[in-house]
Design a protein around this ligand. Sequence first.
Ligand code: ADP
Ligand code: TRP
Length: 334
Amino acid sequence: MAAAEPEAALPRGLRVLSGVKPSGTLHLGNYFGAVRQHIALQQDNHAVYFIADYHSLDAVRDADERRRLSLDIALDYLALGLDPARAILYRQSDLPEVTELTWILGTVTPMGLLERAHAYKDQKAHGHKPDLGLFAYPVLMAADILIHRANIVPVGQDQKQHIELARDIATKFNLTYREVLTLPEPYILEDLASVPGSDGRKMSKSYDNTIELFAPQQRLKKQVMGIVTDSTPVAEPKDPNTSHLYALWQLFASAAEREEMSARFREGGLGYGELKQDLLARLMAHFESARKTREELAAKPDTLEDILRDGARRARETTGPLMDAVRSASGLGT
Ligand code: ADP
Ligand code: TRP
């Protein structure tokens, strides 16, 4: 089945780095907005992806849940096409030296920078009492990026500010000691695909409007059938451009199919139920082989652990020399 491909030409020959928070079940928004493009970027770049389990400490307080969520997201990426022979996939806590870099960077990070960061400001605005971890979150994220000498960081628009902070922090370090850290650029993914949820708002775990990638078929059916539509009678003409059902359907259609379906919308006579059934069938077909791969891998937890550990080992080929340079520049250790 011809599914929509990312339209923009992808960068090549760069050091690409991104982190994924293990915070729940992947949905279509995550896939089209991030995961698919992460996987595409492994093609002609040095791509490194990690499961941000240190970052999840703020949101998840149960050890078993964190372990399960971390392995789940690794399974998702591998099932969806991340090739561990090409890209590096590791678990953040398997590279604890990133917390050493976090401390060092924290000492050149002005409080004012962090006070302006979204996550902290939002929590405060909602009357929460943020802990030091949340306040310092952008410093850990800067360390995640800088430890790999990343050139580009593919993230959603919401993370852009954090990449800018990473640049500021790197500049501070370089000015304080010497030019050791590479300044990263954000590579914003959201412009390529903003996927609506079943209620027409942006698809998000927080809105309870998601269509999950690997949910059992019955659950998926419920999510697809639950897509909210207007009450235009079947016979009436409809506008595909204002229909989030159409927006979801077209993610799994070729250009010719989209054109044909748009024409059917405009002519009238199209029932939303029929389109939902077709969307469900396309969804199942599109992710069928990923679903199978995921089940096979889930049955081999040792293989999964090996992949993650090997990822951390290969990551160290870069992060080891970088940490040596940071320690040497700042007069730490021998
Ligand atoms: P959620 O909103 O469900 O909590 P996250 O914030 O964990 O999702 O999203 C991780 C990444 O997935 C985002 O940075 C963004 O790139 C992408 N993403 C999430 N939802 C969407 C969406 N509805 N459309 C496009 N991209 C999305
Ligand atoms: N903060 C990112 C998010 O919430 C996840 C993340 C952590 C990350 N460290 C990173 C993304 C480093 C890119 C680079 O989605």
